[in-house]
Design a protein around this ligand. Sequence first.
Ligand SMILES: Cc1cc2nc3c(=O)[nH]c(=O)nc-3n(C[C@H](O)[C@H](O)[C@H](O)COP(=O)(O)O)c2cc1C
Length: 196
Amino acid sequence: MKKQLGPSDAIFPVPAALIVCGTNENANIITLAWVGIASSTPPTIGISVRQSRYSLGLIRNTGEFSVNFPGASIFKEVDYCGITTGRRRNKFKDTGFTPMASRKIKPPIIKECPYNIECRVSQEIILGDYVHILGEIFESHVDEDKVDTSKRAGFDVLKINPLVYFAEAREYWSVGEKLGYGFNAGKDIKKKIKKP
Ligand SMILES: Cc1cc2nc3c(=O)[nH]c(=O)nc-3n(C[C@H](O)[C@H](O)[C@H](O)COP(=O)(O)O)c2cc1C
């Protein structure tokens, strides 16, 4: 038996990412959970921003934003950026986060986040109260001490210890153990299926 939950948005886990918008002079940080890769070619990320957010105007002004993926240890700063508006506060100053110049876009990246990407807006879709913004990815950065060339990704995700979020429960989590490899673990089942 299953219990129906209605048209729920409770998928989990999702990232709790820090989006930086604006220029070095007026840079602002907004915490977003509605963040996900939308295409590999061209590399594109989708973010959903409520129409009332101060950050939306800043993203539209430059047509650019950075997405910064925090480690689990800075979840309080991440939450702060999601309960405070840049209309009244400088969230870089309040959290102690350090803005670092991006390579390809005007908004800076956050030094204290181990993984960062630089994007330019390619499309906007209005979805009720939200605007879904697609950003093409032009550059990505990882902390040098997390680099591991023996890994397929080029870095060690355990060293990053990424923060994840269970939005419906409003809970921050860290990731657990590695279970296996994508495009590979399913081969065990494939082997068991008898060829006709
Ligand atoms: C964990 C978390 C996730 C959030 N996810 C989103 C989101 O996906 N979209 C959104 O518009 N707001 C989201 N928010 C709320 C904004 O971060 C919050 O309203 C913020 O204060 C807006 O900042 P601004 O006024 O400087 O733009 C989230 C907040 C938290 C704490």
